[in-house]
Design a protein around this ligand. Structure first.
Ligand SMILES: C[S@@+](CC[C@H](N)C(=O)[O-])C[C@H]1O[C@@H](n2cnc3c(N)ncnc32)[C@H](O)[C@@H]1O
Length: 195
């Protein structure tokens, strides 16, 4: 299984945003929607062995975690607007302490970044995607992998400390700072090439 956790520091946590304003009023939700696209879409199919967690930390109800599971997801199309509508529907659900299914393969919960790390660290090797990490081409990795990355801002000091405390590999994809969705594409391509 390949998983991605993307932290959206300002991303909307209620469903009352406009689909025309996902880069503005929805707190750069557009970045996270492109991450869903990069994690799950192949040219003519879906990566069924991949899952993405979006940890939304903007107002008014932080945190909210959207989980999109490639083996179950339906009604997902490559355009940002329709994916935004699926995420908005998830954010409109009434929540208690349990994760609930919003639509096939799309789940929503009140989990925080730390709770998501706690859930995944026992079952998956964490990999921190970071500009100054070890070159991915020199880093062996296999088995169940969970890649952690941030949105247009870096992880905060406390988020980074929580991640480092769980002993991740720290890996760079190249000499420049790339968009989060591009990092996902490059990382999956690297894994595809390793077979
Ligand atoms: C747009 S970058 C974050 C903002 C950027 N650090 C800045 O403030 O200039 C989004 C995320 O992609 C990941 N990332 C970007 N470039 C990377 C690289 N060369 N190697 C590994 N991860 C990278 C990191 O997780 C980063 O937080």
């Amino acid at each position: 299984m390949k998983r991605f956790i993307v932290v959206g520091h300002k991303a909307a946590t209620s469903g009352d945003f406009k689909l025309d304003d996902m880069a503005g009023g929805a707190g750069r939700l557009d970045i996270l929607l492109r991450c869903i696209n990069s994690a799950l879409f192949l040219s003519h199919s879906i990566r069924r062995d991949t899952e993405i967690y979006l940890v939304l930390q903007g107002e008014p109800n932080p945190p909210r975690t959207i989980r999109v599971n490639g083996s179950e997801v339906r009604y997902l199309n490559p355009d940002e607007r329709s994916t935004g509508a699926l995420v908005r529907n998830a954010l409109l659900k009434e929540l208690d302490d349990e994760e609930i299914r919003s639509s096939p393969g799309i789940y929503v919960s009140k989990r925080s970044f730390v709770q998501v790390l706690d859930d995944l660290a026992p079952v998956s090797r964490l990999v921190y995607l970071k500009e100054d990490g070890k070159d991915v081409r020199e880093q062996a990795m296999d088995g169940d992998l969970t890649f952690v990355l941030s949105d247009h801002q870096d992880l905060t000091e406390s988020e980074e400390a929580e991640l480092i405390a769980r002993d991740p590999l720290t890996v760079t994809l190249g000499p420049l700072s790339y968009h989060a969705d591009h990092c996902i594409t490059v990382m999956l391509n690297e894994l595809d090439r390793r077979g």
